[in-house]
Design a protein around this ligand. Structure first.
Ligand code: ZN
Length: 205
């Protein structure tokens, strides 16, 4: 097996790199519980293979996005480390996609240098985050090296994948996802619970 030498589109600042590492370490310390996995299974309608932890939650505690390991079941390379699971969020992004917002955003990337630079940084942060997860779990990134999700860093191909990153990594990381999230606020907002499926709260501590 040969190791490719991937050159990132941009070099992350030490601060950005540190943020990615801290975030990955924090999420890896808190693995998804059986209750979490059961809810995600209901949200997706299938067992979430490769799930490691819950990357983002609604104010009610229900998972919104999960962290999936870079090598599922020890053999399936999976680049979409941040995966959107909230049905409300999924639907909201599908509505934006249906009215052609992906093409609009892609065009904007071509004409707005700052936006493009921000999107490249989001791509680099995704890679740094996943690399820490892969390294910690001992998963190879051989088949997904340099690949992130949602069309990054040059196009907008999937708002669901981009929103998952924004929910996991917070605002100010992925500028396209931040725009999509603000446009979707009437349908989905992580600070306003609209969850149809919720985590069953434990009866007692
Ligand atoms: Zn909720």
């Amino acid at each position: 097996m040969t190791q490719s030498t991937h050159q990132p589109a941009i070099e992350l600042s030490a601060q950005d790199r540190e943020k990615c590492i801290e975030l990955a370490d924090g999420l890896l310390r808190h693995r998804a519980s059986d209750e979490d996995i059961a809810v995600v299974e209901k949200q997706l309608g299938r067992y979430p293979r490769g799930i490691i932890s819950i990357g983002a939650r609604c104010v009610c505690g229900t998972p919104l996005a999960v962290i999936t390991r870079p090598l599922v079941n020890g053999k399936i390379p999976f680049p979409t480390t941040c995966y959107l699971t909230s049905p409300e969020a999924v639907k909201a992004m599908s509505h934006l996609e249906a009215v052609g917002r992906m093409n609009d955003f892609t065009e904007q990337l071509g004409s707005d240098e700052d936006l493009h630079a921000g999107y490249e940084r989001a791509h680099a942060m995704y890679l740094a985050f996943r690399h820490r997860v892969a390294e910690t779990l001992g998963d190879t990134e051989e088949h997904i090296e340099g690949t992130t999700a949602g069309g990054m860093p040059v196009r907008v191909k999937c708002l669901h994948a981009l929103l998952a990153q924004a929910l996991v990594m917070g605002p100010g990381v992925n500028p396209i996802a931040d725009m999509a999230l603000s446009e979707a606020h009437d349908e989905f907002n992580p600070t306003v619970c609209r969850c149809a499926i919720r985590v069953e709260r434990a009866e007692k501590e």
